[in-house]
Ligand binder design. Structure first.
Ligand SMILES: O=C(O)CCC(=O)C(=O)O
Ligand SMILES: [Fe+2]
Length: 413
């Protein structure tokens, strides 16, 4: 049973550790509620004050009110303070679950606060997650043996039928071992030319850890993550779901039964969310050569058969292949007009052409275009210059990390 003290902190009888400390939230809450009331959120402010005393119904109601505000229009038109209001309510609810020893529920609600909420109380949320994870882990069966993802050797002839037409028959992306920073800058970054860099991530802890499902389950199993379900994001049946990392690992394991739709943890800033996984990777020095700024680190984790359709991104990109293999095809930025981009603003960085099933009548030019491609092997990193079009298909269970960075104006012009 949890009880609350006048300052809103929770204590649990007989369990000195039964409190989630939230120093920043405690000091900032009155100010936040005042500002929200000024925005017209009186009802929220009242509920949130009650929630701070441990009232679970009030905590749920406040969370619901903030959720409605987050979904009242396009994401970028949401008044930012409502994002902090949402994470505040998640925190209040998590404290109550934690006090009741419902650690998985506490973690779930804290993750929602991280994924959907603002940055104001991020440190409190992260600290609370670490504490709840520690508790949750104690109840996990420790006897599980190591289960490795099987990525095995791929025979190109065996996978050729899975790849788009003409794959691996034209120009392959060059592979370079121990590429110096100077050579990268001169021959690739400045000249806008892709390259596969070998032997540059052997020291990453992730290299030895991420192919062990039990490790991933241990550090992230209880965490909630957004996944994509369906063929790819351009298909009408495609949807997004929020599931736990453990549920996702189970889906990967059962993916070879053809009835299950492909689930992909794609383009998610997982390393902002899960600190332990962030410690397993290292930002490659190549990302700093142009004097620019890191824009985002994204995780791409899924079974064999995930497809990211042909599209381009505005930034320099190093796609690091930690577990498994992927087929990647690249078209230069200069071919944009011949690649049939979608006309709607939201999708204008994606091609209308489905490379897995090309409609030759509608898109006759595509078959004659020159491209470069490769099989990106475990332990290799691919440099994709800004605006280069890319199509990516996983050939095995695969976990990649992309590092997007912007160049300095001086160098990029
Ligand atoms: O690995 C993938 O599926 C896509 C990666 C990608 O599009 C990127 O890193 O920008
Ligand atoms: Fe991309």
């Amino acid at each position: 049973m949890s009880t609350s003290s006048p300052d809103g902190k929770f204590t649990v009888a007989g369990d000195a550790d039964g409190v989630l400390e939230t120093p920043y939230l405690n000091s900032e809450l009155p100010n936040l509620l005042h500002r929200i009331a000024e925005e017209g959120g009186y009802a929220y402010a009242t509920m949130a004050s009650l929630a701070a005393t441990g009232d679970i119904r009030a905590a749920e109601a406040a969370k619901e009110m903030a959720w409605e505000q987050l979904h009242s229009g396009p994401w970028n038109s949401v008044v930012p303070i409502w994002r902090d209001a949402y994470s505040t309510s998640c925190m209040h609810l998590a404290k109550i679950h934690y006090g009741n020893c419902e650690f998985n529920q506490a973690i779930k609600v804290l993750d929602m606060g991280i994924i959907m909420g603002g940055m104001m109380f991020r440190d409190d949320l992260n600290a609370a997650i670490s504490k709840a994870m520690e508790k949750a882990r104690r109840s996990v069966d420790k006897s599980e043996s190591e289960i490795e993802f099987v990525s095995g050797d791929i025979n190109v002839a065996e996978v050729q039928h899975l790849l788009p037409r003409k794959s691996l028959s034209c120009k392959l992306v060059g592979k370079s071992s121990a590429l110096s920073l100077e050579a990268f800058l001169k021959d690739h970054y400045l000249s806008g030319s892709p390259v596969v860099i070998r032997d540059s991530m052997d020291h990453w802890p992730a290299k030895n850890k991420w192919n062990d499902m039990n490790y991933l389950r241990k550090v992230a199993g209880f965490r909630t993550i957004p996944v994509e379900v369906g063929k790819n994001y351009l298909c009408p049946e495609w949807k997004q779901e929020l599931i736990t990392f453990s549920e996702f690992i189970e889906r990967i394991r059962s993916n070879d039964t053809t009835t299950v739709e492909t689930t992909y943890l794609a383009q998610h800033q997982l390393f902002d969310q899960i600190q332990e996984l962030r410690q397993d990777i290292v930002i490659p020095d190549y990302c700093f050569t142009g004097g620019g700024e890191i824009r985002s680190l994204n995780a791409w984790f899924g079974p064999a058969g995930t497809v990211t359709p042909l599209h381009h991104d505005p930034h320099h990109n190093i796609l690091a292949q930690v577990v498994g293999k992927k087929y990647v095809r690249l078209y230069p930025a200069s071919l944009a007009d011949e690649l049939y981009p979608h006309s709607e603003t939201m999708l204008c960085n994606s091609s209308q052409v489905d490379l897995d099933n090309i409609d030759e009548k509608e898109f006759p030019k595509i078959l004659d275009l020159e491209f470069q491609d490769c099989i990106l092997e475990e332990g290799e990193m691919l440099y994709i210059p800004p605006k280069w079009w890319h199509y990516v298909r996983s050939l095995t269970t695969s976990f990649s990390v992309s590092f997007w960075w912007s160049g300095s104006e001086k160098l990029d012009g």
